[in-house]
Design a protein around this ligand. Structure first.
Ligand code: ADP
Ligand code: MG
Length: 216
């Protein structure tokens, strides 16, 4: 569940971006569409509690994000949010399994090797656990990043332009993987994209055209 009211964010020194109010039911899929610069990545960062709203309110999975600061917010994010960033941010210093294990540390939970193996194999990359990120194809790396985002059965999965560099078949497959992974944990799924193909691949999603207004 996500609810925003008069949500606004001003980057330091910038004019505030204002977002239309949104209500997304728990378990629903939301497509945030908009051209480059529309505010999609900013909105996702606000929903993940990576940025703090400078105006209005945002509630995610029952949590008013303004009420959480510092380490409490980090722990909440680790447990409640699965984030699939545009740049995957897999550490080359670690193999796939250890990259996923970082999520347990971030959430303050003990490492669970069985859970890591299960989520990797559910996404068809179970045999890649010992590889370094540079030894993965683009599609494999994205599956690993998706596995990381759903490892802790988040309430909300946020994906930023997940299909940007994918051909048509891989685009449809990637959206299906996100949808299935969200369905398995009952998560709300938000995909931010300017890729029109995603709309066809996610026909039953709530579509919201994001056009953050810059206040005068
Ligand atoms: P989208 O993801 O839809 O392309 P963004 O959320 O990245 O849009 O950007 C929304 C607006 O905020 C744009 O005008 C962009 O220039 C501005 N913006 C994004 N990131 C920053 C930043 N770190 N500092 C200042 N302005 C930013
Ligand atoms: Mg963006």
């Amino acid at each position: 569940m996500i609810r925003t009211r008069s949500l606004a964010y001003a980057y330091p020194g910038g004019a505030p971006l204002r977002f239309d109010d949104l209500d997304v039911a728990q378990g629903a899929a939301l497509l945030l569409l908009g051209p480059s610069g529309a505010g999609k990545s900013t909105w996702l960062a606000l929903a993940a509690g990576l940025l703090t709203a400078t105006g209005g309110t945002i509630e995610v999975a029952g949590q008013d994000l303004a009420a959480l600061r510092g380490p409490a917010r980090d722990a909440w994010r680790g447990r409640a949010i699965g984030f699939l960033p545009q740049k995957l941010h897999l550490s080359e210093a670690l193999d796939v399994e250890d990259n996923l294990a970082l999520s347990f540390f971030a959430a303050g939970l003990p490492r669970n090797a069985g859970a890591i193996a299960a989520v990797l194999s559910s996404l068809g990359v179970g045999e890649l656990a010992r590889r370094r990120p540079s030894q993965l194809s683009g599609g494999q790396a994205q599956r690993v990043a998706l596995a990381r985002s759903v490892l802790l059965a988040p309430r909300v999965i946020l994906a930023d332009e997940p299909t940007a560099s994918l051909d048509d078949d891989a685009c449809a497959a990637s959206v299906a993987l996100l949808r299935d992974a969200a369905g398995r944990c009952g998560a709300t799924l938000v995909i931010a994209t300017h890729d029109r193909r995603v709309r066809e691949a996610l026909a039953d999603a709530v579509v919201h055209r994001l056009q953050a207004r810059v206040a005068a």
